[in-house]
Design a protein around this ligand. Structure first.
Ligand code: F0G
Length: 459
């Protein structure tokens, strides 16, 4: 893997951040004894830890990125008018320049866009296919009484299987589903790029074109869950024949031309700390969506955001597509994955765009599923090195969980390569003494979404 840019001597392998650091935020060391105490006080659930007691926070890449000087400068130009704000015009132009959709509706984050979209398009008894629904997408579909169906390709279910586009949708499965339930029960098809729940894996343009063709044939609208669209576009440039010399922006535009609209969390590839949007080409739907927006989010020229947030997103979606940035982002995440996998650590292969997923069942085969191997591993990473990650497994999904994964999500432009080297060392140290790690048992669980508040103790 070479991190050097075009024209740079290819023997240079060091990954460097394509930015200088102008403002710093101290992070705090704790002792192992302190972390033991903190972990007990948090009931072995890392969501319950105070963030200031975390050294490297890889809980999520959502809203945790660092903004650029250009974004901060743009924020000072924020027009906070209730209606007709100039910031909204800049936001809409920037979004349309990449996404190309007719209507751009700002929302406070991704799930607000989802709630409005499904609230308008879905009803009880409907079925919404996706390569893999993210939790909030699924929950918002189920909330209106519809069914969320995941249709990833078979390779996506095998953590160790290497495939360039593990985020692809099973196109035959999609055809069969539409056939089985009837077109009238499928109000829309979703496609999540990159596929977060499936390991941050990209979908290919070839696959999206095939999905789009099925949708067009049946007259079903296709919506993209676009949170990590820039990373997906860059993976296409790297891996899909014919796209080597296209810019990520050109590829992104080609992706969005295949759809009829999108939902977006600007907390990811929007490079902002808050915000999102909903896009559609459909005039009638847009009107209904704006009416619902006014009821719960805000007037359509701000949608629950401050004018300055709209400015930050307008600049951020452009910056997310810059090639120097994307090269560093993807190479740095792959570096983390490669350096632990080379020592035998089981991870979801290949490394994703925004995160590395450790396969906790393979990492800790002596811990049975009912003793939460993912939570035990996440707790151990904190204990060893103050790193916060998140379990995606039995605590989150219950006994039906197909995998027990630990996600290490990398905030954008926040940590340096030496931070990443440190994370590698901590994982390898935990790997060396993995046999001593014990399972956990639940002592408290909430009736739903239990992973956020659960209490556990050593089994
Ligand atoms: N879709 C995907 C694929 C996501 O990853 C997320 C959020 C959302 C929708 C919802 O967006 O948070 O702005 O409301 N994912 C975060 C994560 C929370 O940690 O992966 P939101």
């Amino acid at each position: 893997m070479n991190a050097a840019g075009p024209g740079v001597f290819m023997a240079i392998h060091t990954i460097i951040e394509p930015f200088r650091i102008k403002t710093v935020e101290p992070i705090r060391w704790t002792t192992r004894a302190e972390r033991e105490q903190l972990l007990r006080a948090a009931h072995y659930n890392l969501f319950l830890l105070p963030a200031e007691d975390v050294l490297i926070d890889l809980l999520t890449d959502s809203g945790t990125g660092a903004m650029s000087t250009r974004q901060w400068a743009a924020m000072m130009e924020g027009d906070e008018s209730y209606a007709g704000s100039k910031s909204f015009d800049r936001f809409r132009e920037s979004v349309q320049g990449i996404f190309g959709y007719k209507h751009v509706i700002p929302t406070h984050q991704g799930r607000a866009a989802e709630r409005i979209l499904f609230g308008v398009m879905c009803k009880k008894g409907d079925v919404v296919p996706n390569n893999t629904h993210f939790d909030t997408t699924r929950a918002n579909i189920e909330f209106v009484g519809a069914e969320a169906v995941d249709l990833p390709i078979g390779e996506a279910r095998e953590p160790a299987c290497v495939h360039p586009f593990k985020g692809n949708m099973d196109v035959t499965g999609l055809e069969q589903l539409i056939e089985r339930v009837g077109r009238q029960h499928v109000p829309l098809v979703m496609m999540t790029i990159t596929n977060n729940s499936g390991g941050g894996q990209p979908a290919s343009l070839e696959n999206m074109r095939a999905v789009s063709a099925v949708c067009r044939r049946h007259g079903i609208p296709l919506y993209l869950d676009a949170c990590r669209f820039a990373e997906n576009a860059y993976f296409i440039k790297l891996r899909e024949p014919g796209y080597e010399s296209k810019t990520p922006k050109e590829i992104a535009r080609e992706i969005f031309r295949l759809g009829d609209g999108c939902t977006m969390s600007a907390k990811k590839d929007g490079m902002a700390n808050i915000g999102g949007f909903l896009c559609t080409n459909d005039d009638v739907l847009a009107q209904q969506e704006k009416n619902l927006l006014i009821l719960t989010e805000g007037y359509p020229t701000y949608g629950g955001l401050a004018g300055r947030d709209l400015e930050a997103i307008a600049v951020g979606i452009e910056e997310a597509l810059e090639e120097d940035y994307l090269r560093y982002r993807i190479v740095s995440t792959a570096y983390l994955g490669k350096h632990v996998a080379d020592q035998g650590v089981p991870i979801v292969q290949p490394p994703g765009g925004h995160a590395i997923y450790l396969d906790a069942r393979a990492f800790l085969p002596h811990i049975p599923q009912e003793q939460f191997p993912g939570v035990a591993l996440a707790a151990e990473l904190y204990l060893e090195g103050g790193i916060r990650s998140v379990e995606i497994g039995t605590l989150m999904f219950g006994a039906a969980a197909k995998m027990d994964l630990v996600r290490l999500a990398i905030p954008r432009r926040v940590y340096t390569q030496s931070h990443i080297d440190y994370v590698v060392e901590v994982i390898l140290e935990v790997w060396r003494r993995r046999e001593q790690i014990r399972g956990l048992k639940l002592t408290y669980e909430a009736p739903f979404l239990r992973h956020f508040t659960a209490h556990l103790e050593p089994a």
